[in-house]
Ligand binder design. Structure first.
Ligand SMILES: Nc1ncnc2c1ncn2[C@@H]1O[C@H](COP(=O)(O)OP(=O)(O)O)[C@@H](O)[C@H]1O
Ligand SMILES: [Mg+2]
Length: 323
């Protein structure tokens, strides 16, 4: 049997703060096959980045993984020592962020940054070999004139080019898993489409397992095979993209879909979901979405729904579907 590049099982993550314990992620499970892309979708503050950072082993110091497992190519990365983790981070799993400028040291050229990553992560020492690998990474992401980019400083590149360079850095070590955390959110629409195309292309060519994080269901529809909808740190729905988009089960997913502007219909004003995320330090009993749910029932206010498989591969956590 093939080992999956990424399996996340019952992941629960808390942040410790002076104001209390933030229950950022609760019992989240999903997996990604080779060449597959899974989107984590939810409003800002729902715990998407926390999951992404946990996968690449880069959570901030005040975060605690309370329970769960993260298997990268069958290895539980949460059980590894710092030294063993260092070998996996940036090598078997990589991440790109919303703001590519923030991930580049402004004092080094793109070529120096790329060469450094390849040198340490792949243990390549030969200068010519390093340069060759760095240039081929820049070529792979469709950057014109790789030689010039190689010698450029981050500030000399446009946002779109810099995001391509960040993808080159992330993929230069040939990881099997790439986490892309809102990688197009800061780009204008045309560039967004180009970066999405590039990621699709690379995913297919390299057989990457892609975890794509977005607050935008429209973007998710364009790029992923499976969608995991998360609300206040909990998974509310998980399934194949067509299923989730055409027959959404959870009231939250339905509301999110209504918020996606459609070019065909002229909407007078953008829809939004009334209310806001609950305080993650004092979660209400029952279903976390109940206070905002238009289909709320009595049971929702006291009993937390379990996630159940309603159709093959399509799961939902909602009392409307519990048996
Ligand atoms: N370092 C931190 N310390 C305390 N709380 C944090 C920290 N980072 C994120 N959070 C909180 O955890 C929750 C989830 O955040 P995040 O994973 O960034 O969500 P998303 O990426 O979906 O916007 C939010 O309530 C956020 O304020
Ligand atoms: Mg985020």
């Amino acid at each position: 049997m093939d080992v999956k590049p990424l399996v996340v099982e019952n992941l629960t993550i808390h942040y410790y703060t002076l104001e209390g314990i933030v229950k950022a992620v609760r019992n989240v499970s999903f997996s990604v096959e080779k060449g597959e892309s899974v989107c984590l979708v939810g409003e800002s503050g729902s715990g998407k980045s926390t999951i992404g950072l946990a996968i690449v082993g880069a959570l901030p110091g005040n975060a605690r993984i309370v329970s769960g497992r993260i298997l990268v190519n069958g290895v539980d990365v949460l059980r590894l020592s710092q030294k063993e983790l260092e070998k996996i981070r940036g090598r078997e799993v990589s991440i790109i962020f919303q703001d590519p400028a923030a991930s580049f040291n402004p004092l080094f050229t793109i070529g120096q940054i790329l060469s450094d990553v390849i040198k340490y992560k792949l243990n390549v020492k030969d200068k010519n070999e390093l340069r060759k690998l760095a240039l081929s990474a820049l070529r792979m992401v469709g950057l014109p004139d790789p030689e010039r980019i190689y010698n450029s400083y981050p500030h000399e590149l446009s946002g779109g080019m810099l995001q391509r360079a960040a993808i080159a850095v992330a993929l230069s070590t040939k990881p099997s898993v790439l986490v892309a955390d809102e990688p197009t959110t800061m780009l204008d629409v045309t560039l967004q489409a180009q970066i999405l195309d590039l990621l699709q292309d690379l995913r297919r060519k390299l057989g990457l397992a892609l975890v794509f994080i977005t607050h935008n269901l429209g973007v998710a529809a364009a790029i992923c095979d499976k969608i995991l909808v998360i609300y206040a740190g909990s998974m509310v729905e998980y399934g194949p993209v067509d299923e989730v988009l055409t027959s959404p089960l959870h009231p939250y997913t339905k509301r999110l879909l209504e918020c996606v502007p459609r070019s065909s219909a002229r909407v007078g004003r953008l829809k939004y979901i009334p209310g806001s995320l609950p305080d993650l330090r004092k979660l209400p009993p029952g279903c976390v979405f109940a206070p905002r749910c238009s289909e709320v029932m009595e049971v929702c206010k006291s009993v937390e729904p379990r996630i159940v498989e309603v159709k093959p591969g399509h799961m939902v956590a909602c009392h409307k579907y519990s048996r």
